[in-house]
Design a protein around this ligand. Structure first.
Ligand code: KIV
Length: 271
């Protein structure tokens, strides 16, 4: 697709129903992101997300989207400790989670892990620019590559990740000019989240894109619909119907088979 110039589409999902929606819409790839910690599990960062959380969500997504290319996102602590530990956890993503590739955050600092995982026969997606798992070190969730010095660091990371054997690269919150340069410099597909459109494809976080995540919306998100108020209104109507005795209606119940007489006799036995 990179060679032909066709843009690659990519979205997150954490469960079977939303994975199925993505597959039905023809989205080419799904990321089971560690953003599930904030979007799905109610944490205020991705740091607490565990390998077991990720594996369980990958399994749900695979069940919902059996024919889509799925990328599992390695959570904080699952690849930083050693290359051996990184390979062991990447293997779990494939064997237990049923994914097609893994993603890990970092550039030059994780080339050993990328090479080791690739050597184990597993497709790797790099992730550079704003890397949320290390937002403490980056001084918060801040765009990267906005100065010449910072752009050089992002470019060096991109080159290192490709050289280490990554099969594709995600660039997050980097100026479009820098992303465009990286995309034309690298042979592997370069995808953007908040890094402009001059590259090989786009990733978005599903809950932001359809208005399900209410805490905040990053600048780079385009909302295609606003589901949260629709759902709250539906729930309010449900409450009102129950309070007013309007639900369930005749059409929502299972009536006895045959005459009611014998059932009345049965009830009498218990009076
Ligand atoms: O976990 C995730 O969804 C991600 C995106 C923020 C890029 O890694």
């Amino acid at each position: 697709m990179k060679a032909s110039g066709e843009k690659i589409t990519w979205i997150t999902a954490y469960d079977a129903p939303f994975a199925a929606f993505a597959e039905q819409a023809g989205i080419e790839m799904i990321l089971v992101g560690d953003s599930l910690g904030m979007v799905d599990m109610g944490y205020d960062s991705t740091i607490p997300v565990t390998m077991d959380d990720c594996i369980s969500h990958c399994q749900s997504v695979r069940r919902g989207a059996p024919d889509t290319f799925i990328v599992g996102d390695m959570p904080f602590g699952s690849y930083q400790i050693s290359c051996e530990n990184a390979v062991a956890n990447a293997v779990r993503f494939l064997k237990e989670g049923g994914v097609d590739a893994i993603k890990l955050e970092g550039g030059k600092s994780v080339t050993g892990q990328i090479r080791a995982i690739r050597d184990a026969g597993i497709l790797v997606c790099g992730h550079i620019g704003l890397t949320p798992q290390s937002s403490g070190v980056l001084g918060g969730h801040k765009a990267q590559g906005r100065t010449v010095e910072s752009a050089r660091a992002v470019i060096e990371d991109a080159l290192a990740v490709e050289k280490a054997g990554a099969s594709f690269l995600l660039v997050e919150a980097v100026p479009p000019e820098v992303t465009a340069f990286i995309a034309q410099k690298l042979a592997i597909p370069v995808l953007s989240i908040g890094a402009g459109r001059e590259c090989d494809g786009q990733l978005t976080i599903f809950a932001d894109t359809i208005g399900l995540f209410q805490a905040f919306t990053p600048k780079f998100i385009k909302k295609y619909c606003d589901l949260a108020p629709v759902i709250v209104d539906a729930y309010k109507q449900y409450v009102k119907d129950i309070k007013e005795g309007l639900f369930p209606g005749e059409e929502h119940v299972y009536h006895v088979i045959g005459d009611i007489g014998p059932f009345r006799e049965l009830f009498k036995e218990y009076e």
